[in-house]
Design a protein around this ligand. Structure first.
Ligand code: SAM
Length: 292
């Protein structure tokens, strides 16, 4: 929440708006307009990642997207738009003296085919990234992509976040957390807050119209030692970025066992299913909308 108690702007970076309908624009240009400069080595990693996705996506039903430009616009760019805000909070997290000399750790819950976690790793290689994915074929794809892209400091774990968050090697060990199109805010908070260290931050891209979900998130956040600090629209997109601070230790009872955080959301008043979904681009062919 802002100083006035309302969830709103916290002064995140303001890159130029990228017209969603622009076409024929290179990933480099799209990223630059979103406030992210990509070097040649990063662009070649994105080229390789795009090829892998298009190749494997068709074979094992990873993504419904088959057009390379759509991969750039709906998958890569959506994740890259988070980078300016992430950088701003990275500086805050890095200002903590105990972290100054260390690499910051980011955990991405429900990565699917790597969104946003793997994109953020390519864009910010100095992050140590953990991708958590419950579906075997997607976790295998992530492990193969990490090897093919020759990335260091990133691992993909095939597990449910409810279980990983009770593993002492992961619990309260991460500086930053992300999750896109995985669940409504109360469930995301229950899954991600236990993974964050005190003073860490979580970033959840969501649709623009999330009034009820935001209210539910505000009820749930204090129950897991978290606080909603912002929900700014990302320029040039139909996404707003909900930003959460880990303000207190999370009780060991959280997260509850697999499936309960989504079925019985903390703070009560289950959000209608349609409102739990981010309006981000579908990335999976596993259900009619492309979003599980
Ligand atoms: N984040 C990716 C994206 O934006 O393209 C994937 C979104 S997909 C709709 C949701 C993913 O979250 C699925 O791959 C699913 O297996 C995974 N997932 C859902 N609940 C999970 C949990 N509790 N722990 C780990 N993964 C989970």
């Amino acid at each position: 929440m802002g100083p006035d108690g309302a969830v709103g702007s916290m002064g995140t970076a303001r890159p130029d708006a990228v017209p969603p309908s622009a076409s024929g624009t290179s990933l480099s240009d799209l990223a630059r307009r979103a406030g992210v400069a990509l070097e040649a080595a990063q662009l070649s990693r994105f080229d390789a990642y795009r090829s892998l996705l298009l190749d494997r996506g068709a074979k094992v039903n990873l993504t419904a997207i088959s057009d390379p430009e759509e991969v750039d616009r709906r998958l890569f760019l959506d994740a890259l738009r988070m980078v300016p805000a992430l950088d701003e909070y990275r500086r805050l997290a890095g200002a903590d003296s105990s972290k100054r000399a260390k690499r910051l750790k980011l955990v991405d819950v429900g990565s699917g085919a790597g969104f946003p976690g793997l994109v953020l790793k390519i864009a910010r290689p100095d992050l140590d990234v953990t991708l958590i994915e419950a579906t075997g074929k997607k976790a295998t794809f992530l492990q193969d992509a990490i090897a093919a892209l020759e990335l260091d400091g990133v691992v993909a774990i095939h597990a449910r976040a409810e279980d990983v968050a009770h593993d002492a090697r992961q619990r309260e060990k991460h500086d930053l957390a992300t999750a896109r199109a995985v669940a409504a805010l109360p469930a995301l908070l229950e899954l991600c807050a236990p993974l964050l260290r005190l003073g860490g931050w979580a970033f959840f891209p969501k649709g623009l119209e999330i009034g009820d979900e935001l209210a539910a998130g505000q009820r749930a956040a204090p129950l897991v030692g978290a606080r909603l600090v912002a929900s700014d629209p990302l320029p040039g997109s139909d996404t707003r970025l909900v930003i959460v601070e880990k303000t207190g230790l999370t009780h060991p009872r959280y997260p509850r066992r697999a499936g309960i955080p989504a079925r019985e959301p903390l703070g009560g008043n289950k959000v209608a299913k349609g409102k739990t979904r981010a309006s981000n681009a579908p990335t999976s062919a596993d259900d009619a909308t492309g979003i599980e």
